[in-house]
Design a protein around this ligand. Structure first.
Ligand code: DSN
Length: 426
């Protein structure tokens, strides 16, 4: 008798996809993954998010669903919410005062839910401009958020390249936005949520903090928390937080109904329950002391790498970092961000090319690269490895000779072998 239908393993059913997954595992094991928004989900998170929970439809919220059979799903979703409340609610005297929604499919839908909850079409939103390190969904012209709403972007200071709070205040007074975003995707410094609160209060705006990049750092207490300050907080769950690909919204109880309605039925159908389970596991892992060690290492590695790069003549936007990422201006090294990122990739060092503030070059061929330390910190790498990384990056900036790049890739692979990556089986 053969294997019953649907019970054969992937390698038997679809060797093509099985082999591609294996190759991706090998790539993730052998390379230094420096994309600031990426990480390694643990085996436990991968198991939960690859589980039978993907089979269940559950439109609605616990005890108020549109389908039967929710005995288990309600428990999974409530557990995920309770764990996130405990993790992020610490700044509040009563963490139960934090409302949590774990249904957004990712960060962009979470942000769209904020618009739907608080704004009518064409009302005004302010966010950090994309070229200054903001996110598409904070009102950029090519995003629905810049097309359906009136967007007034703010920027960074011309000299310091830090968020220009005076400009934020001036623009807010002039344009009276309904919503102000405080959040970034390519900004290496601490966000001053309290300063944004003051400005939002002055003009009667809702303050939304998008902590997608830093939520793991916030959970571990190594970046200040917007909880108790911002009206609403959005995040992905897979960056520094190290969960599955997903999204979440935290908000004050006064906004709970509006946010929940905006997510479902406003924007989405059934929640991805397998992802919710993965988020619950990640929240449990993030409450462990080892997660705090990891988050501290993310920041200390970023600082060590910054120091090592500066000593080798690299130019860092804002001169350094407070968080998990560095933005490197490649102009002094006489190479564009894109060819440099491509050469690094061949050398086993994976990052993304990125615009720098006031970039004279085009977005598809910008001056900079963005590098982040979450994934390599999850592997347990430290200060010594950051020095080796800076030396390799310097060598690649000087020579893009394929023989040099291939030699470095072999050295990178050898170093990586000493730091097994979470979640991988190779
Ligand atoms: N794609 C994410 C990043 O790399 O920062 C933002 O959505």
């Amino acid at each position: 008798m053969g294997t019953p239908a649907g019970r054969a393993p992937l390698a038997e059913v679809d060797p093509d996809i099985a082999s591609l997954i294996q190759k991706e595992e090998r790539r993730e094991a052998d390379k230094l993954r420096l994309i600031a928004s990426e990480n390694y989900a643990s085996r436990a998170v991968l198991e939960a998010s690859g589980s039978c929970l993907t089979n269940k439809y559950s439109e609605g919220y616990a005890k108020k669903r549109y389908y039967e059979g929710q005995q288990i799903i309600d428990e999974v979703e409530e557990l995920a919410k309770a764990r996130l409340r405990a993790l992020f609610g610490k700044p509040l005297s009563d963490p139960n005062e934090l409302h949590v929604n774990v249904q957004p499919y990712s960060g962009s839908p979470a942000n769209l839910a904020v618009y739907l909850a608080f704004l009518k079409p064409n009302e005004t939103v302010m966010g950090l401009g994309l070229p200054a390190g903001g996110h598409l969904t904070h009102g950029h012209t090519v995003s629905i958020t810049g097309k359906y709403f009136h967007s007034v972007p703010y920027g960074v200071d011309k000299t310091t390249h830090r968020i220009d709070l005076e400009e934020v205040r001036k623009l807010a007074r002039e344009h009276r936005p309904k919503l102000i975003w405080c959040g970034t995707t390519a900004y290496p410094r601490t966000l001053d949520f309290a300063a944004f609160r003051e400005i939002a209060d002055e003009v009667g705006a809702i303050l939304a903090a998008d902590i997608a990049h830093i939520s793991g750092l916030v959970a571990a207490g190594v970046h200040p928390s917007p909880v108790g300050i911002a009206d609403v907080i959005t995040s992905t769950t897979h960056k520094t937080l190290r969960g599955p690909r997903g999204g979440m919204i935290l908000c004050k109880p006064a906004h709970a109904a509006a946010i929940d309605r905006a997510v479902f039925p406003g924007l989405q159908g059934g929640p991805h329950n397998h992802t919710t389970a993965g988020i619950a596991v990640a929240a449990r892992e993030a409450s462990e002391p080892t997660f705090v060690d990891y988050a501290k290492r993310v920041v200390s590695n970023a600082k060590a790498l910054a120091e090592a790069l500066v000593s080798r003549g690299f130019s860092l936007v804002t001169g350094g970092t407070d968080n998990h990422l560095l933005l490197v201006d490649m102009t002094p090294k006489n190479i564009g961000g894109k060819p440099y990122a491509q050469a690094l990739d061949r050398a086993g060092i994976v990052c993304n090319y990125n615009a720098i503030p006031f970039d004279p070059r085009k977005p598809m061929d910008p001056s900079g690269i963005r590098i982040g330390t979450p994934a390599i910190s999850s592997r347990g790498m430290g200060a010594e490895e950051m020095k080796r990384l800076a030396a390799w990056m310097d060598e690649v900036a000087k020579s893009q000779d394929p023989a040099v790049l291939d030699r470095i890739a072999a050295e990178v692979k050898e170093m990586c072998a000493g730091f097994p990556a979470p979640g991988l089986s190779v």
